[in-house]
Ligand binder design. Structure first.
Ligand SMILES: Nc1ncnc2c1ncn2[C@@H]1O[C@H](COP(=O)(O)OP(=O)(O)O)[C@@H](O)[C@H]1O
Ligand SMILES: [Mg+2]
Length: 242
């Protein structure tokens, strides 16, 4: 469904993604692990089409269409939904304003989503991300994302800055949605995998995929040996972990 071929991306004159190839078939959930600064968020922003992220080589295909040069709004219309790592605070824009457009279409569904994410009516009335806690930011992002019913979800670190109870809520909601959808999730720590069944994992190091395979095995390796282990894989060219 999403196919990235030999992608090289420059940001502010520097190569951040290099010769990256990755495929997420329809119906699968993939997770992308990687140390800080390895290019995870850059990859998401490039898939979505931010103009600061310049594709200098390679192509991105979504549903067999070349979207590499497509404007952002067309990519979203094609079915890509995204939740960013650090969304901006918007004074004067309520969370409710952003999801109310979906209320008529899927009121019951939205109600069960807000319940599952423990989002109260008071919370829906608050200005978006203004003084939100880490968990509130993530729950609000997941609500906005899933309310749009995207065919493909891109989520940048749903588990960062989130406490245990909220992690469980977010993980279960995502797992349920992704059982009937497709997605690529970024996780630095892997915490979300306690609640989410991922099909496959990948590790990005210095802007390229160092290793792919069973997500829980990859996570175990990272927890035991740190991302230094993946640096070695990159050097040795070991790319599959079953
Ligand atoms: N808009 C930008 N302008 C300048 N540098 C950027 C920009 N976005 C990302 N970078 C740089 O690209 C590298 C990768 O960043 P990022 O993709 O955010 O890493 P990760 O999400 O894996 O922690 C970092 O060195 C970061 O400073
Ligand atoms: Mg990031």
């Amino acid at each position: 469904m999403l196919r990235i071929e030999d992608l090289t991306v420059e940001v502010a004159g520097r190569t951040v993604i290099k010769d990256l190839t990755l495929e997420v078939p329809k119906g699968e959930t993939h997770v992308l692990f990687g140390p800080n600064g390895s290019g995870k968020s850059t990859l998401i922003k490039t898939i979505v089409g931010f103009s600061d992220y310049r594709v200098v080589k390679g192509r991105i295909y979504f549903k067999d269409r070349d979207i590499t040069d497509m404007p952002i709004n067309e990519r979203i219309r094609l079915g890509i939904g995204v939740a960013f790592q650090n969304p901006p605070a918007l004074r004067g824009v309520k969370l409710k304003d952003l999801v109310s457009g979906f209320l008529g279409r899927a009121g019951d569904e939205l109600a069960s989503l807000t319940r599952a994410l423990n989002i109260s009516n008071e919370f829906l009335e608050r200005d978006l991300n203004v003084n939100f806690s880490g968990g509130e930011v993530k729950r609000s992002e997941i609500l906005q994302l899933l309310a749009q019913r995207p065919e493909f979800v891109l989520i940048d670190e749903p588990d960062s800055g989130v406490d245990v109870e909220n992690l469980e809520r977010i993980g279960k909601v995502l797992n349920s949605y992704l059982s009937g959808s497709t997605g690529l999730l970024i996780t630095h720590t892997g915490h979300i995998l306690r609640y989410l069944n991922a099909t496959k994992g990948h590790v990005i190091i210095h802007g390229t995929i160092a290793c792919s395979g069973n997500p829980l095995r990859i996570l175990t390796q990272i927890l035991h040996e740190g991302y230094g282990w993946c640096e070695k894989c990159l050097l040795m060219g070991m790319r599959e972990l079953h």
